[in-house]
Design a protein around this ligand. Structure first.
Ligand code: GDP
Length: 164
């Protein structure tokens, strides 16, 4: 799948202001500065549709509109140790029956062996509470790595959405 056109639609400060379109929704979730905007721009082949920043920002709406979500993509900075907040978040969306995958970002910053070590470390942490490790995608918005896999995941979800 390729994204042929994309445009910014709207920003919503409140859940009640979120657009109520009957389309599948995909949430790119992750801590501040993990690379959400960069990945969205890279997937859409746009330089600055989503605003990137080198300073951590504040976006705290996720918990409210997740219940309407079709699927979630949880972004994790590959360089960090497993974060409690991310692990708790996985538990949270699992309780809401929202399917999700893990996207490790900024993989251009590590060597292949270091990436494997980090994934192993994360998987061990996840295995403490989960029987199945969610699908993992290694990505770099900068070097355009993992984008096809992400788009394939989105496409697969869209097909399932259509057939339900
Ligand atoms: P957000 O707060 O999650 O939306 O994160 P941003 O997309 O604004 O990115 C935060 C910072 O990380 C910016 O300085 C980006 O240039 C940098 N960044 C994002 N993705 C990548 C990547 O794939 N590789 C590298 N090296 N830096 C990245």
């Amino acid at each position: 799948m390729k994204i042929h056109s994309s445009e910014f639609y709207t920003s919503s400060a409140k859940v009640s202001e979120c657009p109520d379109k009957d389309l599948p929704e995909f949430a790119f979730i992750g801590r501040s500065n993990v690379g959400k905007s960069s990945l969205i721009n890279s997937l859409c082949n746009k330089k600055s549709m989503a605003k990137t920043s080198s300073k951590p920002g504040k976006t705290l709406l996720i918990n409210h509109f997740i219940i309407k979500l079709f699927s979630a993509l949880l972004l994790i900075d590959i360089r960090l140790k497993p974060q409690k907040i991310d692990l708790e978040f996985m538990e949270h969306i699992n309780k809401l029956f929202v399917p999700f995958i893990l996207i490790f970002t900024k993989c251009d910053k590590l060597k292949t062996s270091e990436i494997s070590e980090k994934i192993e470390e994360y998987s061990e942490e996840i295995k403490k509470n989960w029987e199945i490790i969610p699908q993992i995608i290694i990505s770099s918005a900068k070097n355009k790595i993992g984008l096809d896999e992400i788009l394939k995941f989105i496409d697969k979800c869209k097909q399932e959405f259509k057939s339900n």
